[in-house]
Design a protein. Sequence first.
Length: 555
Amino acid sequence: MGKNIIIIHPGSLYVRMGRASDLNPVTILHGIARKQRPGGIIYNDTLLPATLHRNADNTKEVEESRLQVSRFLQSQNQSSGRRRYVTPPQQIAAFNRRVTGQTLSSSGGEYFNTDEDIIVGDEILNLNPEAPYNVHFPFRRGELNIHKNIGGSLMSIIEDLRTIWLHIIELHLGIEAKNLKDFKCVLVISDVFNRNYIKELMNLILVIMKFGSCFLLQDHVAATFGAGLSFACVVDVGHEKLSISCVEDGISLQNTRVRLGYGGADITQTFHWLLQKCAFPYLQCDPLLSRFDAFLMQKLKHDFCHLHLDVCGCYEKTFVICQPKKPVQRFTIQVGDECIIAVLSIFHPELLGISTPKIVVTQTRSQSHPEDPFDPEYLRETSRRGTKESLESIIGESLTDGNSGITSQITNEDDLPVDGMIENIQQNTSTSDYVTENGHPVGIDTAIIRSIEKYGSEELRRKFYSSILIVGGGIKFPGVSEFLETKLSKLLLCQHQTERCEVIMSSKEIDSENTTWKGAAIMATLESSIELWICASEWQKYGVRLLREKSIFIW
């Protein structure tokens, strides 16, 4: 069951794809390298977000935030009740300055050499930096990577996605492109979505790639199915974004949705900055220019970082640098609270200020779409007109009866109830609730509380606090769930609330990175999903109107 259903879960760094019957998905770097034309424009997307130009103001702000977090750690106690002790960064830096690399081999191997015009997936990492290729990542910050440079148009990105996905389907799943008409596809989309982009992705699946049928599933809804939960506040921390929404009975509540423009990659950049302050001995490390260095920092972050407050002082860590055409070297360095501070940056986003500005996005009222005659704008106008005509009819009858008092209540059409409802929705989804006075996004703990508080029912809010589901690989560090649970409980006590908080990091022994994909696979095989499938012939005939009728989310 599910052998003819393919689940696609695209992300900023990886794409996860596989049959619904598979135990785990195939996980491939979600990028493509295209050979440059002679004399053509050079363009390369980086694996990590670009750093801001350093000036006195932002450097001071980030440094003050680091000192604030460091003082917080010094004030904490270990589980035994003893005060934590901290090794001064100057002492760690003095040790690291004396460190020299131990050469293990004369070369780390060869670059990936090819004459192919297109390279897809993990092979991009082994490309010679001087090879004439432009590298593109179709997704950035949880959205299609639209930009003004070469390869940044919507159609270029759709073509990149077609090439990447077909490569995986043919090479890793063993399915020929011509046979996709016999397969179904579930495409996992972001809980905060752009309608125009979704339309193009549906065209890609059903018209260009020629799948037999498809349906869309929001990532947070899929996550609850993967975790076996009927309701949860889902917190998805990916490579470049953090998204939150409350899900109840398979529905993502619109007012609670928010996407914050920071994730695991920003933590990596902060960790690199903290290591540099402690005299990181690998002086040539440049995660922006070198894909090898970017993945090295990603690996060091996952190997070193944690949120165990019982770990105090400094300790030695060893890492190996293995790159093509360069000597393989081993370094032994000392690290201290930098490994904790880097993770705490997701609670204190001011620390993430060394990378590009972070954008906050909420699900606002949908805009008009020319192919959908029943979009919200159309319904808004017709409802307003119909209500106005009905009221005018009532007024006319009232005037005939000699009762003109009702006219004072109808001054203009903007006072009608339908407009008031729309205004409330817009107010509830305002991004200002997720931005600090300094213009930074709020931390993950504050964002969770403000998302849950958007829902009006006190009983449901209590349920969501008791079921906070963390998915994605952005904060998969030891001790995170316990620390977040404690932090949320303290914040709620400060607000005179006594709700019980429970954070679920991994459920049913499923890796948190695969929870969403697995949930989509489970839902695709349910009998109740039969009505969700959109056939290619239906899509070509009716277009986006089908999404309003068949989607399990409000289109």
